[in-house]
Design a protein around this ligand. Structure first.
Ligand code: GLA
Length: 390
């Protein structure tokens, strides 16, 4: 094991071309050649230096910030081979920091992805009160979640592909969660235009954890309008219905016969203005789907979702080891945030597909458990696979 790690680090160091080297702007120029990772300073927050890594593999390029482990840009070709950035984000660190990145563009989410009812849960007889940052609930890890932390980064290689390993040690009691949580997230940029995300975490006290990434996609290009025409397919026959504060009521309801049915590819705009109670609560789609899985030990990668944009030809296929996926249609984007290309993001200008355990699992014993105990290692993998069809 040790020798494998040494080899990875050495191979990774060889890939690191040095600060600022060979960095193109967010242009539509074609990438190519050997896979590369370059690093450049991207400012600082709270006295901590933040870096931006640009990882290129073939005609595919991804930028990752050590602040929040944010996927800042993802450039992938359309059916004519033209690269465009398909993820929502900001141009500068200052915009992420001063806005608080309220929509969580591209960020790693922890310790707990999505909501915990009234910010409260009981574990082994002790009750923990978390920050109420999404009244009356706790959302995405509380006031200062993993999306606002500076992670340590090491470039590595994974199966011959360039990768970036990010680590963050969350002290016992941070945001009122128990246990020192050591988290490692590895982004591998594969030669066939995939972003593979491997999550690992360990703790020294029993705790609850639900890690995800909150990237928004617009396959026509970031800042080009709504995703209403994108077709979405979800491998899910059930979803977890919510109350008016978007907390699951504990049931796993069938999607059949409702606007929640995405078993066949369906345009997002076809039903997101429906008066179905769940859509009314979410102001559109903002729900967790229960993936139809063969492997219920949550170790194997299985296909979860596919997004298709027929105008550009771009496709995004998502596979995961997780039991659920939150499909959020960008309902709360209100035109006040300006993205990397300088254009305002309005309602529905991007969609997030967050692979995860179900929201509020600590308060629902019938949901797959999010408890992590000392001696156990949380392992979870999600692959965002891009493609282009004729
Ligand atoms: C998640 C939530 C949404 C919203 C977004 C961030 O997807 O379910 O309600 O909070 O994050 O804006």
């Amino acid at each position: 094991m040790t020798s494998t790690v040494t080899m990875l680090v050495r191979a990774g160091a060889a890939l690191l071309l040095g600060a600022g080297l060979g960095l193109a702007g967010a242009s539509s120029s074609q990438a190519g050649g050997k896979p590369t990772i370059t690093k450049e300073p991207f400012g600082s927050v709270g006295g901590k230096a933040v870096d931006r890594y640009t990882i290129t593999n073939g005609n595919f390029r991804v930028r990752v910030l050590t602040y929040g482990g944010i996927l800042q840009t993802v450039e992938t070709p359309d059916r004519h081979g033209r690269l465009t950035n398909v993820t929502l984000g900001f141009k500068t660190l200052n915009e992420y920091v001063t806005s608080g990145n309220p929509a969580y563009f591209g960020a790693l989410i922890g310790r707990y992805g999505n909501r915990i009812a009234n910010g409260r849960f009981t574990l082994d007889g002790r009750t923990y009160q978390l920050a109420i940052n999404n009244d009356p609930n706790s959302l995405h890890g509380g006031d200062v979640g993993f999306d606002k932390r500076v992670w340590s980064a090491t470039p590595v290689t994974n199966g011959g592909d360039p990768a970036l390993r990010l680590t963050y040690v969350s002290p016992d009691g941070e945001e009122n969660y128990p246990g020192t949580l050591r988290t490692t997230v590895t982004y591998t940029i594969t030669r066939d235009k995939g972003i593979r995300i491997d999550y690992q975490a360990t703790t020294d006290k029993a705790t609850v954890v639900n890690l995800t990434n909150h990237a928004y996609w617009n396959l026509g290009g970031e800042g080009t309008g709504t995703i209403d025409d994108h077709k979405l397919q979800l491998n899910a026959s059930r979803y977890t219905p919510v109350d008016a504060t978007l907390i699951p009521n504990g049931r796993l309801d069938p999607v059949a016969g409702t606007p929640m049915d995405f078993r066949e590819p369906t345009a997002i705009g076809a039903r997101n203005r429906s008066n179905f109670q769940q859509i009314v609560y979410g102001r559109g789609y903002d729900h967790n789907w229960v993936l139809d899985r063969r492997d219920t030990s949550y170790r194997k990668l299985e296909r979860a979702a596919k997004v298709t944009d027929s105008a550009s030809g771009r496709t995004l296929t998502i596979s995961t080891t997780e039991p659920g996926i939150q499909f959020y249609g960008g309902n709360f984007l209100d035109g006040t945030l300006y993205g990397t290309s300088g254009r305002a993001y309005r309602q529905g200008d991007g969609l997030a597909l967050e692979t995860q355990h179900f929201p509020d699992s600590p308060n629902h014993p019938n949901f797959p458990s999010t408890v992590l105990r000392p001696g156990q290692t949380l392992k979870s993998t999600t692959i965002y696979q891009f493609g282009a069809s004729r």
